[in-house]
Ligand binder design. Structure first.
Ligand code: ADP
Ligand code: MG
Length: 316
């Protein structure tokens, strides 16, 4: 039942980027939670007429935008900037953190500046890929700087595969990242409401954590808590929180890692990337980690709505 004391919400979903389908799945779950929680809400599918739709929602009394969006035009500060301009508080991180973390190259520069481990890397512009010979040796990873859901990512094991990997990444962004392949456990660390949740170990049954393995139930094994000792757990959680803070995220996020042994009793966790609008689909990891802490999906959505904010809130 609709509760008139609750904030009027506009649920933003869809979007223009490659992650549209993932967003619609996150949006479906959010809509169900809003209904069950009694929030009055309307849904906006963010297409070319987004500006008119969001202005209309604001005029109709929307008090918070709940972002079920991912990737380009959404996780990168663009939607956040529009909400800022019309003074409609929105869920998740602000304009700066969103733009920064969407760009994997810029994120690495900030992380390095704060002594947070990240894989060795090179950058090539898409106009220069034909003659490009990286200094990093195979195995290496090629990925677009600004994309998500593993679109455009290739693990290159043989130099012969390099040219097609670069062409593939170039379809998604003009700046391409070439990274050392970190051979070890994959982990992700969700953060919610200032609290580092239990990390999740990610074990795809075949190949790496690509789109298929991310969104098809049963293709990847998720182990929570991960098979790591207490010292490594502390290192990963502290690193995740530091990354969250230096990149100035708000309310929630998910930090992706790969880990390698650097000495007999020591592992080093390398940050792969930071997700400012992590997926909340039925197979997604942040809701899974929240459940582990007895925060059910409805409570998670309630936290996102209640913490909706503006960057310049409280200042002139
Ligand atoms: N440097 C790396 N070493 C090993 N595997 C990697 C590396 N970079 C990416 N991967 C693999 O590719 C997946 C997607 O890469 P990621 O950087 O998280 O981008 P996104 O999830 O935004 O597409 C990771 O989950 C991981 O399985
Ligand atoms: Mg990732």
């Amino acid at each position: 039942m609709i509760n008139s004391k609750k904030k009027k919400v506009v649920l933003l979903q869809g979007g223009l980027g490659a992650e549209r389908e993932v967003s619609l799945s996150t949006g479906k779950g959010f809509a169900q939670a809003l209904t069950e929680l009694g929030y009055p809400f309307e849904v906006v599918d963010c297409k070319e007429d987004f500006l008119e739709q969001i202005s209309m929602a604001k005029k109709n009394g929307a008090e918070a935008a709940l972002l079920a969006l991912h990737g380009k035009y959404a996780e990168d500060g663009i939607v956040q900037g529009i909400c800022e301009y019309i003074k409609l508080p929105y869920s998740g991180s602000g304009v700066f953190a969103s733009a920064l973390c969407m760009d994997k190259i810029a994120t690495k520069e900030v992380l390095i500046n704060h002594q947070i481990p990240t894989a060795k890397y090179e950058v090539v512009h898409k106009d220069s890929i034909v003659k490009y010979r990286p200094k990093i040796e195979v195995p290496l990873v090629v990925k677009p700087s600004r994309e998500g859901s593993s679109f455009g990512v290739t693990i290159v094991k043989d130099e012969k595969e390099l040219a097609s990997a670069l062409r593939h990444a170039a379809q998604y962004d003009s700046n391409i990242l070439i990274e050392d392949f970190i051979d070890g456990m994959e982990l992700t660390v969700p953060i919610l409401d200032g609290k580092v949740l239990t990390p999740i170990e990610i074990v795809p049954k075949v190949d790496f954590y690509d789109y298929k393995n991310k969104y098809t139930a049963g293709r990847t094994e998720y182990i929570m808590p991960p098979r790591i000792d207490a010292k490594t757990m502390k290192h990963v959680q502290e690193t995740a929180l530091k990354a969250f803070q230096v990149c100035r995220l708000r309310t929630y996020g998910r930090i992706d890692f790969r880990m390698t042994k650097v000495a007999d009793n020591e592992n080093r966790a390398y940050v792969l990337e930071i997700n400012t609008l992590p997926g909340c689909t039925p197979t997604s990891l942040l809701p899974k980690a929240a459940r582990h802490e007895n925060i059910d999906f409805n409570r998670l959505v309630e936290i996102l709505v209640e913490r909706a904010a503006l960057d310049y809130q409280g200042v002139k």
